[in-house]
Design a protein around this ligand. Structure first.
Ligand code: ARG
Ligand code: ZN
Length: 887
């Protein structure tokens, strides 16, 4: 049984007692071990009230300490002691130089935090608290230091040796070794430190900033991946230009480097001047990468680049403030992607993710505000809430202030806090000061968890030509927060007349700031109270309201739309997002009532309205094909689950398939002709129009196979064999495998593997297509694949593809009533707890949602959580998630 680990509270924050002005590191990389010498120039923090006699540094248990000197005096064992996770030196003067020498073992580092090896390359991951696995240090983000880093290694095995900043000196050493020194002039916290060494190749380009700085851009990867870096380079250049244009932010060093590594816990890391990327977020080529992959590369490259200002120049005071940099940076990268591609499509994808994954998290045992009050292990807080809800909160500020005032606010934030480690409060304050808006009430978004629910009702008074919208808000209890104060919620609305035209409304905000009444078609209603009525005068006929346009707040909104209202909005709403939303609502309404019928053993009959609405959409050539593809995609099983009172996995799966089958049969002719109209054999390009065409084509293909007609299987197989790009071949593979054509599936799975076995990222896709297969027998397939050459438990991408592909993307099989899915997942968590706690703890997620299922499943899921709990010494990561889930 694991001892209860310490809980860290935001309210206990104290400024550091010491500062580190200078950090000089020297790494001697050897095959069995690495020696790290650290020379820290330290002094007492003048802002700290206490004057402790001694000094406490963070440091992992596994650091093997060789020697310590204080102002060049060798310390002996009576001068210091090892702490559980650190080092205490009993007496230090006000200013001093501390030198330590430790030995570490990158080859044995399977947690992938600190310094580790990835397929022969040395690399680091220090956020959040990985630097303490490299050397003794004040490993907290409010301690910022100027770093100088010397790396020494074998010259032939490690020809390239990189760290933050600029290279200042290099030379040869004995025994075929060489060394290099890098200096980073910008003070930074240790979590932004990086080191990379290996036989890396690179592509290089150049960028001149608006202020005239010439920046060398270098992207490093293994030789075999050198041909997959161009898209990342172009994305980087686009991001640099965009940040100058939209935020006035320029890059501030002469080199910007990105390195691609195979073994990585997350997507990528914004280390100053030296980003380290998961290969899955940087490599891209038409043959090996899907459209979604290209867009991920563009988005993540931009995200890490934008961190140079929102994260690095202005960083976090402590890890409770994580959303300060992550929420803001996700908002920035989402806007960048919207500008580079289709704004509406990007918004739809974001919202779909938010309200499945984030809403589910906010309704579960790990629910936390975007500014959490406590944690056991900070790695567990790199969550959908911190990132995606955090971005929505910044987006709401943008909506409330308007683009211009928001920009003034961000300028003020960056200038006021450049070089500082600050809090979300500082961000909100800058927004207030620059705009003159009072965001006092808005701050509840930072401290309260849970997804608010809006109930909207309306009335129309023909005599006085008045229309009234009444909005009530509530928010369910979350762990530690039984009751919630109301939120300040911007609700963007429009009112449609019977012709589908927007009515002109008065722009309340413009009235306040310019004293003139301007007319708008979308008005922002500001909800502050538990219940508020908004009145519109001069309305000639009862309008159809278009509510929460663009998803202006991360809430659930209920309004008693009729199915006629929804089809009307689907074709007329001027807000593209809400046209899609109307289709989703129609789909949800129909699916939910069929799920009820299914559970009551009633015969399923599909309302004609859905096929009719889809037919209209398929016939309209003026529509963006990407949006057509989105509209034709039924609400996902994950979204239906999130909305359900009690999740009936089998009913949801069965009914959704039933509806797909019905639609396919009824719309077969239209689907086939759209499929053919979207077929063309241009050379591949990941531009928005081509992506849209492929998306629509593959949605049609999916439906066509749902008819279960042999001729459509032939179509899919032809597409699989003839595709000149990974999007089309993988879509065909996925559709054939998931449609249950077992013979055909086996053949093309085999062909696909033989063709791509040398491309790990493609093989990962191959694993995940199989793991997410809803057909029977998948679990034994997954178990067999764990023994396959293609799998490696130490590689997080493999674990995500195969294990999470099964547990998170395959609800019918994962929730099998013999508990086999639950037991399988618990086994993997127990194994990974020792190898890689961060990955282990993320894998637990589907089990943590046990309260959402019927009692039979609840008991089985809890039993597996308990089995993990009792399995021995748990990492902090796994302990926190499992114990909170069982609480
Ligand atoms: N800051 C990184 C980002 O761009 C995430 C790194 C988190 N790493 C971790 N091990 N928790 O979002
Ligand atoms: Zn980030």
């Amino acid at each position: 049984m694991t001892e209860q680990p310490e809980v860290i509270y935001l309210k206990d924050y104290q400024v550091p007692s010491f500062l580190i002005d200078q950090t000089e590191l020297r790494f001697e990389l050897e095959s069995e071990r690495t020696i790290v010498n650290a020379k820290l120039t330290m002094r007492r923090n003048p802002d700290c009230q206490q004057k402790p006699q001694g000094l406490e540094l963070h440091g992992d248990k596994a650091l093997q300490l060789y020697r310590i000197t204080l102002n060049e005096q060798l310390l002996n064992e009576s001068d210091y002691q090892r702490l559980d996770e650190g080092l205490q030196i009993f007496t230090v003067p006000d200013a001093f130089v501390l030198e330590t020498q430790v030995e570490i073992h990158p080859d044995q580092n399977t947690a992938l935090e600190g310094l580790y090896r990835s397929e022969g390359f040395y690399c680091t991951q220090c956020e959040a608290e990985g630097f303490r696995r490299i050397t003794f240090y004040l490993d907290r983000p409010d301690v910022m230091s100027v770093f100088s880093t010397t790396i020494e290694a074998d010259k032939s095995a490690y020809p390239v040796m990189l760290s933050n900043g600029n290279p200042v000196a290099t030379g040869d050493a004995d025994n075929g070794r060489h060394w290099i020194t890098w200096e980073d002039p910008h003070p930074k916290p240790a979590y932004l430190f990086a080191l990379v060494a290996g036989d890396l190749k690179m592509i290089e380009d150049q960028y001149t900033t608006s202020g005239g700085r010439d920046v060398a851009l270098r992207i490093y990867a293994a030789d075999k991946d050198l041909d997959k870096l161009d898209y990342a380079m172009q994305s980087l250049i686009n991001a640099m230009r965009w940040d100058e244009q939209v935020y006035g932010r320029e890059y501030d060093l002469d080199i910007y480097m990105i390195v691609a590594v195979d073994f990585f816990n997350m997507g990528a890391m914004e280390n100053k001047g030296l980003n380290v990327f998961n290969t899955s977020c940087v490599l891209a080529s038409p043959e090996t990468t899907t459209d979604a992959g290209f867009q991920r590369v563009e988005g993540v490259v931009a995200h890490e680049y934008f961190h140079n200002w929102s994260g690095n120049r202005v960083t976090c005071r402590d890890w409770f403030q994580l959303s300060l940099k992550e929420g803001f940076t996700v908002f920035r990268d989402a806007e960048f992607s919207a500008d580079m591609n289709s704004r509406t499509v990007k918004r739809v994808e974001n919202v779909a993710l938010l309200r499945t994954a984030q809403f589910a998290e906010d309704a579960g045992p790990m629910a936390h505000p975007i500014l959490p009050a406590s944690f056991i292990e900070i790695s567990n807080f790199y969550t959908m809430t911190i990132y995606e809800k955090g971005a929505e909160v910044v987006r709401m500020i943008h909506t409330l202030l308007g683009a211009e005032a928001f920009r003034k606010g961000s300028d003020l934030y960056f200038s006021r806090h450049d070089g500082q480690a600050v809090t979300t409060e500082d961000f909100v304050k800058a927004m207030e000061d620059a705009s003159g808006r009072d965001l006092t009430h808005f701050r509840n978004w930072y401290n309260q968890a849970g997804t608010p629910v809006l109930a909207v009702s309306d009335e129309f008074d023909a005599a006085s030509q008045t229309y009234r919208l009444t909005i009530s808000q509530s928010c369910p209890a979350t762990p530690g927060q039984d009751t919630k104060a109301p939120f300040h919620i911007p609700v963007a609305i429009g009112l449609l007349d019977s012709q589908g035209e927007d009515l002109l409304l008065s722009d309340g905000e413009a009235q306040i700031t310019t004293q003139v009444t301007t007319q708008v078609t979308t008005q922002i209603l500001e909800l502050h109270e538990t219940r508020q009525t908004f009145e519109f005068s001069g309305i000639a006929e009862r309008p159809v309201p278009s509510l929460l346009r663009g998803f202006s707040a991360p809430v659930k909104l209920n309004y008693p739309y009729t199915r006629e209202n929804l089809t009307f909005l689907m074709s007329h709403d001027s807000d593209g997002f809400n046209r899609w939303e109307a289709a989703q609502k129609l789909g949800v309404d129909i699916l939910q009532s069929l799920i009820k019928d299914y559970r009551n053993d009633k015969k399923l009959i599909l309302d004609k309205q859905l096929a009719e609405a889809f037919k209209v959409v398929l016939a309209d050539e003026s529509l963006d094909k990407a949006m057509v593809a989105k509209v034709l995609t039924l609400p996902s099983e994950a979204y239906l689950s999130e909305l359900a009172e009690e999740i009936d996995v089998d009913a949801i799966h069965h009914v959704r398939n039933f509806v797909r089958h019905q639609l396919a049969v009824q719309l077969e002719t239209q689907l086939l002709s759209t499929y053919q109209a979207c077929t063309c054999d241009d050379t591949y390009s990941p531009d928005a129009a081509s992506i849209a065409r492929r998306a629509l084509r593959n949605v049609c293909l999916g439906y066509l196979l749902a008819t279960e007609k042999q001729e459509h299987l032939e179509l899919a197989l032809a597409q699989f064999h003839e595709a000149n790009n990974m999007t089309d071949s993988q879509a065909a593979l996925n559709i054939v495998v998931h449609s249950g054509y077992q013979k055909a599936a086996e053949v093309i799975l085999e062909q696909f593997y033989l063709r791509w076995s040398h491309e790990p990222l493609v093989v990962n896709q191959w694993l995940s297509v199989q793991a997410s297969n809803p057909q029977a027998g998948t679990l034994s397939q997954v178990k067999a694949l764990m023994q396959h050459d293609a799998f490696n438990m130490r590689n997080p991408n493999k674990v995500r593809s195969l294990i999470a592909g099964f547990s998170a993307l395959n609800p019918v099989n994962f929730h099998a009533l013999d508990a086999s899915g639950y037991m399988f997942l618990a086994d993997q968590v127990i194994t990974l707890n020792n190898l890689n706690p961060q990955i282990a703890s993320r894998l637990v997620t589907p089990l943590t949602r046990w309260k959402r299922y019927n009692t039979e499943r609840q008991e089985m899921m809890k039993a597996q959580l308990q089995r993990i709990m009792d399995s021995g010494e748990l990492s902090r990561d796994v302990f926190e998630v499992v114990s909170k889930s069982l609480a």
